[in-house]
Ligand binder design. Sequence first.
Ligand SMILES: [Zn+2]
Length: 425
Amino acid sequence: MPYRAGKKGGTLGHVGLPILSVVIGRLMGVSRYRLQPTPAQKAVLAEHCGHARFVWNLAVEQHEHWRPGRKSAPGFAEHCRQLTQARAEFAWLRAGSVIVQQQALKDFAKAITSFFAGTHGKPTWRRRGRSEGFRVVAMRAGDVRRLSRRVGEVRIPKAGWVRFRWSRRVPDGVKSYRVTRDRAGRWHIAFAAIPKPIPAPCTGEVVGVDRGVAVSAALSTGDMLSVPGLREAEKVRLRRLMRKLARAKRGSHRRATVRQAIAKLKARETDRRRDWAEKTSTDLARRFEVIAVEDLKIRNMTRSARGTIAKPGRNVQAKASLNRSILAAGWGQLVERLEHKAPGRVVRVNPAYTSQRCSACGIVDAKARESQAVFRCRSCRYTANADVNAARNIKLAAGHAVSAREGPRVAGPVHREPQPVLLSA
Ligand SMILES: [Zn+2]
């Protein structure tokens, strides 16, 4: 079910399409442009990519050796010390940009954090020619400028001023950018601006958001939000292209063409997910004063407390896990944007029992989870979508946390404590 903005305050759903795309463009935290480097600049950019890849792979390798129980794996600070040593040792690394190399380490640290939070897969080796790129931070005012109606330029370390296609306005106050090369050899630049906080509505309204199994997120209001993926026709086309790729001879021109078409479809999917995270986070930040989400760090430790998915066939399972990873990526982006747009208004809640507790009577009942989709309380007969029930519990938990800070609660539902007897049933 596609997400519709609520009547109250949710304006996006009522805006016409042409205006909507402008609105999205403005709200987007990331804007991507086609870079047009000279051949000499391309060589410098490729070198930056090589350095970033080298540093990243070094970090991956060190993590491979680390096992639970051993002394903690090297963190960002330790990696930076090692980078300093490596730069002292290798002239070719020293010749590169320290910003580029340090940011590769920062990206890795972030990837590891996301991995442990369960929103992303384990960071893996980067190979030459695949997902190549580097990040530059601490941009100064004047590092981006417009030359003419269609041409802009940006200052890149060691490469100087590099031109790009001015396809839309560069957001004010950009602080960092990422340069990437796709498999077709085209260069892009994406500027990142931390979006301005959205003022709270001051209604005191709390919303609980649960990371759903079938949808990306469920709200305590009953709304179900799904990340838009590829359309049916696009999925069919993707499958056809994958088969074509399997048949195409290695190194052939045909193979390169098919690859590029696949990359384009995948990019479309990524763009849609990003748009969704932008729109949804803006909408939530506008409608609600407090946004409660589950604390994924805790959740991963208590994963078994949540129901397991009924055992499907092998192929189905592979598909389901792919689907889950797409949902997880959408969720991770949503929470990240929420924290930017509603700073101090996002509350993290311990997710223990949120899927087993009845949000109406408060009883914890492992058997109330009739299926992955339905929650039916055996005590009070309350029935709801399982994800929505969980979202309501998250909202209630956040309410308790807020009221505990503000003093005793006068009104509101009383909830029973979890009953261990039922838990072991
Ligand atoms: Zn109940």
